[in-house]
Design a protein around this ligand. Structure first.
Ligand code: ZN
Length: 299
């Protein structure tokens, strides 16, 4: 038995209708139906962030939300779809509960593994499936900004990395890299999220500085690209943060270096009542920063 009816490219279904067409389960990102011999793939843009489109190829993250993904079940069905005669159909969700049909897909290459973070923020191995639409007229969504942005960010950071090879002093490199990050995509993405100094509320984007909480030089490539490793501060507060003269504890409460005089505190606009709010992911980076200021203080 085939699908209960054929679908038009870009047709929008709700979950119930989708299940009726493919006779599949009502949940999951990869839904296998033995009755219609289909595998339905759902790329939920409202949830998934690690899928990406490079050229015409969609790099689809396999199934399994925690721990290393296994090559079994639906992942295996997809991996073998070039020889098992299972039809693979592709949907994108841009808005909650709306499934847009993009048509049938096929493997554009063998699946490969990469490291991503799971729901609990733990590093794990996932399977990525390069997919191509079978119908040449069909198109994946005009690449959601997120995927585009990620690529732009990567390209930019590849450029920045070249600064590391320049025959100039380390401090000069660090200054150049910081300046370059401060003009680019990383800052733009951070400002889209929150366009003000996290501490004092200054909102002029011309002077706001986007920094890595965990410094560029100590970050892995993945951490360098991670927006959660970013913090927007005004120049004064950025300078203090950068030099570990202020940091933030688990609750976001400020910790000010004892070496900072009362006068400097007043002129630099910091006091013990300040705090910032950050996400759980930012907190992971902040912990190390906080430890460092404590270490310096204890010397
Ligand atoms: Zn500030």
């Amino acid at each position: 038995m085939r699908m209960t009816r054929s679908l038009a490219i870009n047709e929008v279904l709700n979950n119930h209708q989708l299940c009726e067409v493919f006779l599949c389960a009502p949940q999951g990102g990869m839904r296998k139906s033995n009755r219609t011999n289909t595998l339905t793939l759902i790329s939920d843009k409202t949830k998934l962030y690690d899928d990406r489109i490079l050229g015409e190829i969609y790099h689809y993250t396999g199934m399994g939300q925690t721990g290393d993904q296994k090559m079994s079940g639906q992942n295996l069905t997809l991996a073998e779809s070039d020889r098992n005669n299972v039809e693979v159909h592709f949907f994108e969700v841009m808005k909650s509960r709306e499934y847009t049909y993009r048509g049938q897909v096929e493997l554009a290459g063998g699946p490969y593994q990469e490291q991503q973070k799971d729901r609990d923020d733990r590093k794990r191995l996932v399977w990525i499936f390069p997919l191509r639409l079978k119908d040449s007229k069909a198109k994946f969504t005009k690449i959601s900004p997120l995927i585009n942005d990620q690529q732009e960010l990567k390209d930019e950071f590849e450029e920045i990395k070249q600064v590391e090879n320049l025959p100039i002093p380390h401090t000069e490199k660090a200054r150049l890299i910081k300046a370059r990050i401060g003009q680019g995509k990383f800052k733009k993405l951070l400002l889209e999220r929150n366009c003000k100094c996290e501490l004092c509320g200054v909102t002029d984007s011309r002077i706001l500085i986007a920094s890595h909480i965990k410094p560029w030089s100590e970050s892995t490539n993945e951490e360098r690209l991670d927006i959660n490793n970013g913090l927007v501060l005004c120049p004064n507060h950025d300078a203090l943060f950068d030099k570990h003269l202020i940091s933030f504890d688990e609750q976001g409460k400020i910790c000010i270096s004892k070496t900072l005089s009362e006068t400097v505190r007043i002129f630099m606009n910091v006091n013990d009542n300040l705090h910032i709010s950050f996400t759980k992911k930012q907190l992971n980076y902040m912990r190390d920063h906080f430890k460092k200021i404590k270490l310096i203080e204890e010397k």
